[in-house]
Design a protein around this ligand. Structure first.
Ligand SMILES: Cc1ncc(COP(=O)(O)O)c(C=O)c1O
Length: 457
C-alpha cells in the first residue's frame, strides 16, 4: 500500500472499525442484554465456515450457530451464489396478490419433506411470528367450524418467542414477568425434564406421568382446547431439555384421543438439529401445524413458515370474507430468503448433511458423557448436533442458579478468551455448532469445555 491516498483511506477504515464498539454503545440497544453491565460487544468483521473473526484479529468458533440459525457454516459459497442470483432478479414483492418462483418451489419442497399431511405453507418472517401464526390459525380454525375452543395447553419450561402471544404460551419466567398482566392465560402440563422430574419421580417413569398430567388437563378442559403446543424432543431456551421419544408419541396420541390440534414448534429443531430433518420424525408423528424458522435460510435471512393440513386450510375457504385468515407480514415469503432456503435444501441433498449431524452426535456423546464425573456437572444430554452440560452447585440436591445465574456470563467470558463462542443459559451450558464442523474442531471445542469445567470454582 504505497499510494498515500489509499493508505489514508485504509487507516480511516481501520479506525472506523476499531471505533465500532464505542459507536455501538452510543446508539444501540442489544437483545437480551443488560446494557449497564454487559461487556463491550464483540465486533465481528467476517464469518467463514464455523469461524467468526473479530476486528482485533481474533478467531472464534461459533459454538451456538449464531443463535441457532447457522447450519452450513458462515458465508457458504453456494448460499452466497443463490442469494446474489436472486437479488439480480427480484429482491422482494408483496405476497398478498402476488407470488414468485422461489416461494412456490420452496413450498413444494417443504411439503415433500415435512411429516405427512402438512401440505399448506404460510410464510412469515421469524420464529415468534411462525408460532403466532400457528396459534391464530388454530384459534380461528375452530371458530370457522362454528366451535368455541378458546384455550391452549402448553408445557412447563416452554419457550416460543418474545411477542405477547408467544410469551403467553411460554413458561412464566424472568423473560415474561414484567408483562404478566398482558398475557392470556394458558394451562401448562409438565414437561419430561427427567433430570429434574417435576413430579419427583425416577427418570424411567417421569415421561409417563408427565403424559398423565397432560391427559388430566385435556380431560378437565374438555372441548375448550384449541390446541396443544410443544417444542418436540428438545425444549431449548427453557433449559435444553431432551425428551424421551415416547413423550412426543404420547402428545400426538392424546391430542387425537381428545380431538384437539397438535402444534409442533420446530423453529429450533427443524432442519436436522436433532439428527432428523424434523424432530417430529423421531416418533413418526405428524402434527396438525408445524412452525419453522431459524435454519430455514441456514442463518442468512429472516424467514419463517407455518405448515398445516388441508383440513385446517379448508376451514378458511368460504364466500364469507370473515373466514379469511387476516394475517400477513411485510417480508412474508421474501424471495431472497426463499432462494437461500432452496439452496440450503439442495445442500442437504448433495452434501450428506444429516449424516454429518449424526456423526457429530456420536462424537458429542463419546466426548461429553465422561464430563458427568466432574463435581460441577449434574447432567449431560446429547441430541443430534446439540451437546448439553447442566451445571449444579451440589450433585445430590441438584441445586443450581437457573437462567439468571452469573455463572453463565462468567463462563461465556472464559470461553471467549479461549476462542470459543458459547452463550450458556445460566447454569445450562450447551454446544450447538454449524453442522460443517470437523471432527478435529469438535474435539478442540470439547477440550476447551472440559478444561474450563474441570478447574471451575
Ligand atoms: C422453539 C422456539 N420457538 C420460537 C422461537 C422464537 O424465534 P425468533 O427468535 O426468531 O422470534 C425460538 C427462539 O429461540 C425458539 O427456540
Amino acid at each position: 500500500m504505497t499510494d498515500p491516498g489509499s493508505r489514508q483511506k485504509h487507516e480511516q477504515q481501520v479506525s472506523l472499525q476499531l471505533d465500532l464498539a464505542a459507536r455501538d454503545r452510543a446508539h444501540l440497544w442489544h437483545p437480551y442484554t443488560q446494557m449497564q453491565t454487559a461487556p463491550a460487544p464483540l465486533v465481528i468483521v467476517r464469518g467463514q465456515g464455523v469461524y467468526l473473526y473479530t476486528e482485533d484479529g481474533r478467531r472464534l468458533l461459533d459454538g451456538i450457530s449464531s443463535w441457532w440459525v447457522n447450519i452450513h457454516g458462515h458465508s457458504h459459497p453456494r448460499l452466497n451464489q443463490a442469494l446474489a442470483a436472486q437479488a439480480r432478479e427480484l429482491e422482494h414483492v408483496v405476497f398478498a396478490g402476488c407470488t414468485h418462483r422461489p416461494a412456490v418451489e420452496l413450498a413444494e419442497q417443504l411439503v415433500a419433506l415435512l411429516p405427512s399431511g402438512l401440505t399448506r405453507i404460510f410464510y412469515s418472517d421469524n420464529g415468534s411470528t411462525a408460532v403466532e401464526v400457528a396459534l391464530k390459525m388454530a384459534y380461528q380454525y375452530w371458530q370457522n367450524r362454528g366451535e368455541s375452543r378458546k384455550s391452549f395447553i402448553t408445557l412447563h419450561d416452554a419457550y416460543h418467542g418474545d411477542t405477547i402471544g408467544t410469551m403467553s404460551v411460554s413458561e412464566a419466567s424472568a423473560f415474561t414477568r414484567p408483562f404478566a398482566p398482558l398475557l392470556f392465560p394458558v394451562a401448562r402440563a409438565y414437561s419430561p425434564y427427567c433430570y429434574r422430574c417435576p413430579l419427583g419421580l425416577e427418570r424411567s417413569t417421569c415421561q409417563v406421568d408427565c403424559l398423565a398430567d397432560l391427559e388430566r388437563l385435556l380431560r378437565e378442559k374438555g372441548d375448550s382446547v384449541a390446541a396443544v403446543l410443544v417444542e418436540p424432543m428438545l425444549q431449548a431456551a427453557g433449559g435444553m431439555i431432551v425428551w424421551p421419544v415416547e413423550f412426543l408419541a404420547g402428545v400426538r396420541r392424546l391430542c387425537d384421543r381428545y380431538g384437539t390440534l397438535m402444534i409442533a414448534d420446530e423453529v429450533l429443531t427443524g432442519f436436522g438439529r436433532t439428527g432428523r430433518m424434523f424432530a417430529c420424525e423421531h416418533a413418526a408423528v405428524s402434527p396438525d401445524i408445524l412452525c419453522l424458522s431459524k435454519a430455514l435460510t441456514a442463518g442468512y435471512l429472516p424467514l419463517a413458515a407455518t405448515a398445516t393440513t388441508e383440513a385446517i386450510y379448508e376451514a378458511f375457504l368460504s364466500d364469507d370474507r370473515n373466514k379469511t385468515f387476516f394475517h400477513g407480514h411485510s417480508y412474508a415469503a421474501n424471495p431472497l430468503g426463499c432462494a437461500v432456503a432452496l439452496a440450503s435444501l439442495e445442500l442437504f441433498r448433495t452434501d450428506g448433511v444429516l449424516a454429518r449431524v449424526r456423526a457429530l452426535e456420536q462424537q458429542l456423546r463419546a466426548r461429553l458423557l465422561p464430563l458427568q464425573e466432574f463435581p460441577l456437572v449434574g447432567d449431560v444430554r446429547v441430541i443430534g448436533g446439540v451437546g448439553i452440560v447442566e451445571l449444579v452447585q451440589d450433585k445430590k440436591t441438584k441445586a443450581a442458579g437457573g437462567y439468571l445465574d452469573q455463572l453463565g456470563p462468567r463462563l461465556a467470558a472464559e470461553f471467549i478468551q479461549r476462542g470459543l463462542l458459547l452463550r450458556p443459559l445460566g447454569n445450562v451450558l450447551y454446544f450447538m455448532p454449524p453442522y460443517v464442523i470437523t471432527e478435529q474442531e469438535t474435539d478442540w471445542a470439547v477440550d476447551q469445555i472440559a478444561a474450563v469445567l474441570e478447574t471451575w470454582q
